[in-house]
Write a protein that binds this ligand. Structure first.
Ligand SMILES: Nc1ncnc2c1ncn2[C@@H]1O[C@H](COP(=O)(O)OP(=O)(O)OP(=O)(O)O)[C@@H](O)[C@H]1O
Length: 268
């Protein structure tokens, strides 16, 4: 995919962003969903949160995005609380939703321009430049005037990432970026995530149960198991681990989307 060197030259002086998760716990009613989660995501890192269905991945991501308050512990982004809208604005923290979350009544272009226009983030010309730049980076300029209903699943994901890029993010949070995509489109999305990190030093946190994708793109992985971190390590360490939780999770015969996390063998 051809790319220009920097889509946001005016942000080249921006500070690297570190995300600290410190002893975070979350309880909904009687259900303890997260327990004692701690790790640090380094600037420019691609950090993947993996785990079986129901292990708490999306809940953790929502906390990092500042959409939820932990029951205990804290999260900070360069020392600032993500709950504070000022933090989210300062680092243009962007969450790429699993569904794409596009407004069906607006064209792709208008979906991308909506937030910066509504919040008068910059001039109309500058917004147009940002939108066109983001579309170009994702190689989807040709779709600018299409409606979301006309897009394939892979295109919707790209539009969702482009919409986040319009905000010139320093932290990008992806919730299942390759769910429901075929292997070729998944590889394209993986390449895009890697390119954004390589070229623009975005700190990326990716929630995924796609083991192949995760181990390919991640600098480090946190494997969640029943709301706790079973391991935080680079992919090679994960593969070499003898911890039964890790080996079972990496076993290709295990269906990690099954909430009961049963092996295919046992359930067939
Ligand atoms: N707002 C909420 N209120 C109550 N319980 C919730 C809420 N959000 C999530 N949960 C529960 O928290 C647990 C973890 O959910 P979460 O969506 O984080 O799992 P996940 O690991 O992302 O799973 P999946 O891979 O299936 O998306 C689940 O049991 C879910 O029902």
């Amino acid at each position: 995919m051809p790319l220009t060197r920097s889509p946001f030259p005016e942000r080249d002086d921006r500070k690297p962003v570190t995300v600290h998760i410190d002893s975070v716990a979350k309880r909904y009613g009687n259900q303890q969903v997260l327990e004692d989660i701690s790790f640090t995501v380094e600037p420019g890192e691609i950090f993947v949160i993996m785990g079986p269905s129901g292990s708490g991945k999306s809940v953790l991501l929502r906390h990092i995005a500042g959409l939820e308050i932990p029951t205990a512990g804290k999260i900070d982004i360069n020392g600032h609380n993500p709950i504070d809208p000022e933090t989210r604005n300062r680092y243009a923290l962007a969450l790429v939703f699993q569904s794409g979350a596009l407004l069906n009544s607006l064209s792709v272009y208008d979906n991308l321009a909506l937030y910066p226009l509504e919040h008068a983030l910059c001039s109309k010309k500058s917004i147009r430049d940002r939108v066109m730049r983001a579309l170009r980076i994702l190689s989807i300029e040709h779709a600018a005037h299409k409606m979301p209903s006309e897009l394939s699943g892979g295109m919707r994901k790209r539009v969702a990432i482009a919409r986040a890029l319009v905000m010139e993010p320093q932290v990008l949070l992806y919730d299942e970026p390759t769910s429901e995509l075929d292997p070729i489109m998944s590889a394209t999305i993986a390449e895009i995530i890697g390119t954004l990190r390589e070229e623009y030093a975005v700190t990326s946190i990716v929630v995924s149960h796609d083991r192949d994708l995760s181990l390919t793109i991640a600098d480090r992985v946190a494997l969640l198991h029943h709301g706790r971190t079973a391991i935080v390590a680079p992919p090679d360490e994960l593969r070499a681990s003898t911890d039964p939780i890790v080996t079972e999770f990496l076993n290709p015969r295990i269906d990690v989307r099954n909430p009961r996390f049963k092996s295919l063998e046992a359930s067939s």
